[in-house]
Design a protein around this ligand. Sequence first.
Ligand code: AMP
Length: 115
Amino acid sequence: MAEEKTIFARIIDGEIPADIVHSDDHCIAFRDINPQAPVHILVIPRKPIASLFDATPEDRELLGHLMLVVRDLALKEGLDDGFRTVLNTGAGGGQEVFHLHFHLLGKRKLTWPPG
Ligand code: AMP
């Protein structure tokens, strides 16, 4: 039986709308529907990697690309003062959508430790 498509795969395929702020051959980025900060963007690979557990050495360049897109978007969003990048992995790590994604959060004071 074919695995059910995640909501993020459906966004990549244009089946459901999203506020897309970046798109290239390897990834897209869009605003989180339930933002936890004034800037809350998700950066996701087009390749359907379920979580960081599922990444392989073959994904080395792709993962580096995603990080640089996070950086570029942070600067574009004016987060010169700093920002937070979160990668929830697995249910125990708070992951809800099983298509690897980086959260980019900024424009509010971010405390540590996180919840
Ligand atoms: P995680 O808990 O790390 O898996 O994060 C999943 C994130 O996806 C949450 O912050 C949700 O608010 C966000 N999300 C879920 N559905 C959508 C959607 N259709 N468009 C934008 N963000 C979404």
